[in-house]
Structures are given as structure tokens and as C-alpha cells.
Design a protein around this ligand. Structure first.
Ligand SMILES: *[C@@H]1O[C@H](CO)[C@@H](O)[C@H](O)[C@H]1NC(C)=O
Ligand SMILES: *[C@@H]1O[C@H](CO)[C@@H](O)[C@H](O)[C@H]1NC(C)=O
Ligand SMILES: *[C@@H]1O[C@H](CO)[C@@H](O)[C@H](O)[C@H]1NC(C)=O
Ligand SMILES: *[C@@H]1O[C@H](CO)[C@@H](O)[C@H](O)[C@H]1NC(C)=O
Ligand SMILES: *[C@@H]1O[C@H](CO)[C@@H](O)[C@H](O)[C@H]1NC(C)=O
Length: 396
């Protein structure tokens, strides 16, 4: 009896011991696990701000190195591309526009530029900028006038220059135009590659999320108003300025080709001067167009002059509702011929410039006296006189 009682007692102790050990083992495992995951979260939290999601772009400006060192170019570029976006690290890196000189080919560039956010509101303070896109042969010879125009408005504009690749700047470019040349290709007068260059300019400008309005200019263009007037005019505008009209003559409808069917019919064919101004939404659609532009590349060659027909036709087919059908750039075609009049030093007078600033027009549905914001074509010889007259007439 006694021995049996002892045996039961010992068995009970053993069972209690085993139970205790088991609990202890399970508990210690649980604690270890907990500790481990705690350490893990701490690690990932502390390492987050130290690893930037994207490496900084270190593309060397190869072809366009002119006489500047890389650091000079970088500091120069920063003043213009600097977006006043005060936001979190993750977003800041994502929003940083790439270097103006990059190594993307056209296909890669257009693809990247065609991206847009599906949420229309920006979750940060975005100061909208005007992208001034210069399509030139060689130097922007009226640069000192533009320099005067842009002075004091840093952060509200970006400049892009597309010039002939064979042009190598012998003179140093003026400060605001320095290091603003995008990778460019050959452009011939009247050729469809002129429109390719315009799309290349738009795509480069779209890479900066702050650019809101896009204006195409040439080296012979001048501004007719001061920066603040032009900035307000564009930012407050509810319309795009792509000139478009139906011209029944041989230099209008006569340039249409029946092979453009079924994408483009004669009824849809439009004409207009090349010098456009548009908002970000339309610019995105222009660089993303893969239906109409290939038709122009194929069937609008030679004396078809794609630069006078592609945008007017494309915009009139798909986006006519937001288009004013007029250009913001004044030009004198009154003398006839294939080229508009060119103005020389002797033509530049206060009266002449005043007259360009005063035209009746519709703006956001109301009538206005400021119809044209820019004018062309001004010869290099006009520069000194323009600079002298500008403060008096144009207020800059
Ligand atoms: C780039 O600049 C260096 C000197 O800074 C010069 O030796 C070189 O020839 C330049 N390259 C081009 C393509 O202009
Ligand atoms: C560009 O530079 C090359 C070599 O320095 C020179 O032969 C050529 O004439 C230059 N082109 C222009 C348009 O200045
Ligand atoms: C800009 O020009 C307008 C007239 O077009 C003038 O009223 C305004 O004062 C000018 N602004 C500056 C900063 O000079
Ligand atoms: C738009 O116009 C209003 C006045 O009509 C003005 O107060 C505002 O500053 C303008 N916006 C810009 C961006 O200039
Ligand atoms: C622009 O032209 C189109 C025809 O292509 C027309 O439907 C539209 O009403 C015009 N817009 C304005 C503002 O005149």
C-alpha cells in the first residue's frame, strides 16, 4: 500500500515537472520570437531614411560639354529645375526632374514623358511653371532680351532649347540658357522631323512635374509683355492656343493625301502656324499620340509641311473643345510668299511694338486687348534697340 502510494506521488511530481518544463520552453520560444521581430522592425525603421530609393543621376553631359565643368552645369541647372516642393523624402526623389542632358532615345523619352498621375490633385504645394521651348537652328541670338525678361522670376519658368546638332556654341551662352540644350536631332524646314523636334521638346519639358504651360518659340521670337503679365495670362487661361483653320486652297486642303484615310479625312484636315501654346494635359496627349502622328510621318512629307498641319488637325479632331484655334505669337504674313516678314533694326519703334500689344481678341470667353504675347521674326540686328525700348513699352 505504502509503496504504491509513493509511486503515484512520484508519478505526479514527474508529470507536474514535465508540464512546467514544457510551458517554460514554449514561453521562452515565444519571447525569443517576439524579441526578434521587435529588433527587425527597429532595424527597418532606422534604416529607412538612410537609403534613398533612387540613386542620383550621374549622367555626364557628353556632347554638350562646351567649356563648363560638371559642377558648374549642375548648380546652373538646379536654379531652374529646382521645384519648390517641400515634401517627404520618398516623394522628393520621385519628383526630381532628370538632368536636361540625358541618354534616353526618342522612344524611351516619349514613353517616360507620357506618364501622368491618375489622382488629379497634388498632395504638396506645387508652384506651376511655364516651359519656354526654343526650337532653333543655332544660338538664341536675342538671349540678352530674354535674360532681361526672365530676371527676378526664378522658380516660375523652365527653358529648353532644341538646336541643330551641328551647332557647337563658340561663344559662351548667356546664363539662363546655359546647359538647357536637350539632346537634339537634325531638323529641315518643312520636314516632318520638325514636328518630331517639337514632340521631343514637349517630352523633355513634361519630365518636370512643375511645368504647367508649354510655349514653342524660335530664336527670332520676342516677348511683348513682361513676365508677370504673361505668367498670369497663361496660368489663368482655360484654353489652349493651337491655331487651326480650314483652308480650301492648294496650300491648305491641297496638301491632304487620300492615303491618310481612314484615320484622317479631308473634312478633318486643318492648317495653322506652328507656334503653339498648350497646357500639361494636351502636351501629355501630344507626346502619347500613336494613331495620328504615324500617319503624318508616312504620308505628310516634302511639300505637305507637317508642322503646319499635324497639331491643328490632331487637336481639332480630338481636343477642339479646349482649343481657342488662335496663336499667341504674332507674325506678319501680309507680304505673301512662303516666309513671313522679317524685321530689321530700322523697323523697331515704340509705335510698332505698341501696335503689336494692342489687338482685340477673345480670352476665356471675354474680349481682351492682349491678343498676342509673343512676336516674330526679329533679326539679330534688332537686339540693341529692343533692349533699349523694352522697359518703356513692355515694362521689363
Ligand atoms: C569636353 O570638354 C573637354 C575639356 O573640358 C574637351 O577636352 C573635350 O574635347 C570636350 N568634348 C566635346 C565633345 O566637346
Ligand atoms: C564645330 O566644331 C568643329 C570642330 O571644332 C568645327 O570643325 C566646326 O566647323 C564647328 N561647327 C560650327 C557650326 O561651328
Ligand atoms: C508688367 O506690365 C504691366 C502692363 O502690361 C504693368 O501694369 C505691370 O506693372 C508690369 N509689372 C512689372 C513688375 O513691371
Ligand atoms: C488669375 O487672375 C486673378 C484675377 O482675375 C488673379 O488674382 C490671380 O493672381 C491670377 N492667377 C495667376 C496665376 O496669375
Ligand atoms: C475651333 O474650331 C472648331 C472646328 O475645328 C470648332 O468646332 C470650335 O468651335 C472652334 N473653337 C473656337 C473657340 O472658336
Amino acid at each position: 500500500m505504502n509503496a504504491q502510494f509513493h509511486f503515484v506521488q512520484i508519478l505526479t511530481y514527474i508529470l507536474i515537472l514535465a508540464f512546467g518544463v514544457t510551458i517554460g520552453v514554449i514561453f521562452s520560444f515565444y519571447l525569443k520570437d517576439c524579441n526578434f521581430s521587435l529588433q527587425f522592425t527597429q532595424l527597418s525603421l532606422s534604416s529607412f531614411p538612410r537609403t534613398p530609393p533612387l540613386p542620383p543621376t550621374t549622367i555626364e553631359p557628353e556632347v554638350y560639354n562646351e567649356t563648363k565643368t560638371r559642377t558648374q552645369i549642375q548648380t546652373q541647372t538646379q536654379t531652374q529645375t529646382q521645384t519648390q516642393i517641400d515634401t517627404h523624402v520618398g516623394l522628393k526623389e520621385f519628383l526630381k526632374p532628370p538632368h536636361v542632358v540625358h541618354d534616353m532615345d526618342d522612344e524611351e523619352l516619349l514613353w517616360r514623358a507620357s506618364m501622368s498621375a491618375k489622382i488629379p490633385d497634388y498632395p504638396f504645394d506645387r508652384v506651376p511653371k511655364v516651359a519656354f521651348m526654343f526650337l532653333t537652328r543655332g544660338p538664341v541670338f536675342l538671349a540678352p532680351l530674354w535674360e532681361q525678361f526672365f530676371k527676378g522670376h526664378e522658380g516660375y519658368y523652365s527653358i529648353y532649347v532644341h538646336s541643330n546638332p551641328s551647332y557647337n556654341a563658340s561663344r559662351p551662352e548667356s546664363p539662363v540658357f546655359q546647359a538647357r540644350r536637350i539632346p537634339s536631332k537634325e531638323v529641315e524646314w518643312g520636314n516632318v522631323n520638325m514636328v518630331e523636334a517639337e514632340r521631343r521638346l514637349l517630352a523633355n519639358a513634361l519630365l518636370d512635374i512643375s511645368n504647367q504651360r508649354f510655349v514653342l518659340l524660335s530664336e527670332s521670337c520676342i516677348p511683348l509683355f513682361n513676365f508677370s503679365t504673361i505668367y498670369s495670362y497663361l496660368m489663368n487661361s482655360t484654353q489652349n492656343y493651337v491655331m487651326a483653320f480650314d483652308d480650301p486652297s492648294p496650300v491648305g486642303r491641297g496638301r491632304y493625301s487620300i492615303q491618310m484615310l481612314p484615320e484622317i479625312s479631308l473634312k478633318q484636315w486643318r492648317k495653322g502656324y506652328q507656334w503653339f501654346e498648350m497646357d500639361r494635359g494636351l502636351a501629355l496627349d501630344v507626346v502619347s499620340d500613336r494613331k495620328y502622328f504615324p500617319v503624318f510621318q508616312e504620308y505628310c512629307r516634302g511639300s505637305c509641311y507637317a508642322d503646319e498641319h499635324y497639331l491643328p488637325t490632331y487637336v481639332s479632331i480630338k481636343f477642339w473643345e479646349g482649343n481657342s484655334n488662335r496663336s499667341l505669337t504674332w507674325v506678319d504674313w501680309s507680304k505673301g510668299g512662303p516666309h513671313p516678314s522679317k524685321f530689321l533694326k530700322s523697323d523697331i519703334t515704340v509705335k510698332f511694338l505698341e501696335s503689336l500689344r494692342n489687338h482685340k481678341c477673345k480670352y476665356n470667353g471675354d474680349s481682351t486687348n492682349a491678343c498676342f504675347l509673343f512676336a516674330r521674326k526679329f533679326a539679330p540686328s534688332t537686339l540693341s534697340k529692343l533692349i533699349k525700348i523694352a522697359p518703356m513699352v513692355m515694362h521689363f
